[in-house]
Design a protein around this ligand. Structure first.
Ligand code: DX5
Ligand code: ZN
Length: 219
């Protein structure tokens, strides 16, 4: 399998120094920007929306991976595409007509992905998998950074990896929540392709080195 991608979560960035933090990621070994949009309904927290993403896009030299934690995301797909999203993921639990929403994302020129909450089984994706550029498996209850990684994630990743291989697909598996150098390698071994990390990177004394160390912890 090719190299695991690292996607720092900008939720943990310093919003007063957003350009500085975007440039830090540009100059680091990270691969994507992970951008968490929260509406205060689907998850208890509210983060940021289109204007802030547009501001990040102005400086970012790497793809924007936009994780929508909002109810009825189909209402806003084109707007997120217009402000610079490259990948848009929507929660399985947030949209009734998932196939239509994924088509909307593709039609807007973005790669489409589905996110599963901790307790949503990977089996719900069996029929829609060929349409998924990526599946994001939450390893925490979404809404906040800095939470503890939940161990049930490993078995979900292994099951999803088996489903993807069985169907002969190249769908990526992304993990989000509580990722550190303590679980990164084990997640890779379970079949993960993309690791999101927020507080682990931005709360470190030297975020650039922490990204490099995370990369080195993956053998
Ligand atoms: C939480 C978000 C995550 C969050 C991860 O709902 O989806 O992307 O920023 O933060 P850490 O890595 O601190 O758990
Ligand atoms: Zn996220």
């Amino acid at each position: 399998m090719s190299q695991v991608l690292i996607a720092p979560s900008m939720l943990a960035a310093d919003f007063g120094n957003l350009q500085r933090d975007v440039e830090m990621i540009n100059n680091s070994e990270a691969d994507w920007f992970h951008i968490d949009v929260m509406d205060g309904h689907f998850v208890p927290n509210i983060s940021y929306g289109m204007p802030v993403i547009e501001a990040m896009k102005k400086h970012a030299t790497k793809p924007l991976d936009v994780h929508l934690m909002i109810e009825k995301p189909e209402r806003y797909i084109e707007e997120f595409a217009n402000v610079g999203a490259d990948i848009i993921t929507v929660h399985h639990e947030s949209t009734v007509h998932l196939h239509r929403t994924l088509t909307q994302i593709e039609d807007a020129g973005c790669k489409a992905g589905v996110v599963l909450n901790l307790t949503t089984p990977v089996s719900v994706l069996e029929d829609i998998l060929p349409k998924c550029f990526m599946v994001l498996i939450m390893s925490i209850n979404p809404g906040f950074g800095g939470q503890k990684f939940e161990e049930i994630t490993y078995q979900k990743v292994r099951k999803l990896r088996a489903m993807i291989d069985e169907q002969g697909l190249d769908t990526l598996i992304e993990i989000d929540g509580g990722v550190t150098n303590n679980n990164a390698q084990k997640l890779k071994e379970a079949g993960a392709n993309v690791l999101v990390a927020g507080s682990y990177i931005f709360r470190a004394e030297n975020p650039t080195n922490t990204i490099a160390n995370l990369r080195q912890s993956l053998v």
